[in-house]
Write a new protein. Structure first.
Length: 183
């Protein structure tokens, strides 16, 4: 274990604590722990590159931590802003369906979830983090919501295509353009 892996592990350990806070209705504690989790996501990769501690384990821990943090954020929106889920349920179902499809494709192809860390995935993760935190800390902003949805759709489609393009599991793939460029 190195420093970036410990930071990524924090997100994995924080998820059940956040779920307990959701269950008990402790909104403020949940929102601040979620904020810390999103912040740790922003810094673990930077620290790994600066300290030359980029590893496959770190990439997997980061992916699991990212997923658990985003799931926790979505659960927070469901718990504290359920009216948004009701109003935009078709979009939520569509986007979640795309991401589940990508996950299943990866599991079938590689036997594990993808960990591509494409530019589109990073941009979508930043957008969803900003959207969730602004919504939970302040208020719902419609244009930010729709931008986030668009970026999540682009990410899911790109990662699904990458599963077909890459015969072996890889981490840190910039995107489709870079894969085509190498071929």
């Amino acid at each position: 274990m190195n420093i970036p892996n410990i930071i990524s592990t924090f997100r994995i350990v924080a998820a059940p604590v956040m779920w307990l806070l959701l269950y008990t209705g402790e909104r403020e504690g949940f929102v601040w722990l979620l904020t810390a989790a999103f912040f740790s996501d922003a810094i673990d990769g930077i620290i790994a590159r600066k300290l030359h501690q980029v590893t496959k384990l770190g990439s997997m821990l980061d992916s699991y931590g990212d997923s658990l943090t985003i799931i926790s954020g979505i659960l927070g929106i469901m718990r504290f802003h359920y009216e948004l889920i009701q109003q935009y349920n078709y979009l939520f179902i569509f986007v979640i369906g795309l991401h589940i499809t990508q996950l299943l494709l990866s599991l079938l192809r590689y036997g594990k979830p993808s960990s591509f860390h494409t530019y589109a995935a990073k941009l979508a993760a930043v957008a969803i983090g900003i959207f969730i935190l602004i919504t939970l800390h302040y208020a719902f902003i419609p244009w930010l919501f729709f931008l986030t949805i668009l970026l999540l759709i682009i990410d899911a489609i790109e990662e699904s295509i990458l599963v077909f393009l890459l015969p072996e599991w890889k981490t840190d793939v910039k995107g489709i353009w870079w894969v085509w460029k190498k071929k």
